[in-house]
Write a protein that binds this ligand. Structure first.
Ligand code: TMP
Length: 207
């Protein structure tokens, strides 16, 4: 059995990742490739429960180290119970966010640093990395408009952080892409969804 491909979509809030993940899954289904679409934090019952702890706005919130540990714990359950078995069964796994989000949000914007985030990832998920990470980049205006349309002004605990935090997230993603260009395809997400989808297919050599 050939191992499936593991593809992650990354980017800031309102980049259009979930839409693109769904469109890619439909394109793969048309081509007869089995695939699983999943998301982080979440994807398994345990990880979805951790998602509620991380993103809910009740209580005083988590300090950056606790936040990173919770993301790593959710990812560990997701990798062990869903991602690795699906890949081993020959399916593609399309994941809306993966460890590069922890590197950009907790490591970069949150100030924890990349080495600690990757150490947690090694413990939690044996350092598993996607075969390709599609980094969808949008202007601040597009991101704000899409996030508002989606959340109706009710952002979750992390999405609701200030503009300076989200600017640090965007530059951390750009720095990761620059440091590891072979792992990333950078996609302009400002265009309409159908055009972005064409760029996604081209990056995966599926056109
Ligand atoms: P989303 O489902 O809208 O993408 O929301 C998930 C939020 O969690 C988003 O604000 C990004 C954040 N996040 C992190 O801070 N670190 C992570 O490792 C992941 C997967 C998400």
């Amino acid at each position: 059995m050939t191992r499936g491909k593991f593809i992650a979509f990354e980017g800031g809030e309102g980049a259009g990742k979930s839409t693109q993940a769904r469109m890619l899954a439909a394109a793969l289904a048309e081509r007869g490739s089995g695939c699983v679409v999943t998301r982080e934090p979440g994807g398994t019952p345990g990880a979805e429960a951790i998602r509620a702890l991380l993103l809910g706005t009740a209580g005083e919130g988590w300090h950056p180290r606790a936040e990173a540990l919770l993301f790593a714990a959710a990812r560990s359950d997701h990798v062990e119970r869903l991602i690795v078995p699906a890949l081993a069964a020959g399916k593609w796994v399309i994941c809306d966010r993966f460890v590069d989000s922890s590197r950009a949000y907790q490591g970069g914007a949150g100030g924890l640093g990349d080495a600690d985030v990757m150490a947690l990832h090694q413990v939690g998920s044996q350092g598993l990395l996607p075969d390709l990470t599609l980094l969808i980049e949008v202007s601040t205006e597009t991101a704000a408009a899409r996030a508002h349309a989606r959340d109706g002004g009710e952002a979750d605990r992390i999405g609701g952080r200030d503009g300076a935090y989200h600017a640090r997230v965007a530059s951390a993603f750009a720095a990761l892409n620059k440091a590891e260009p072979e792992r990333f395809a950078r996609i302009d997400g400002d265009a309409d969804a159908a055009l972005v989808h064409q760029a996604v297919l081209a990056a995966l050599l599926l056109q």
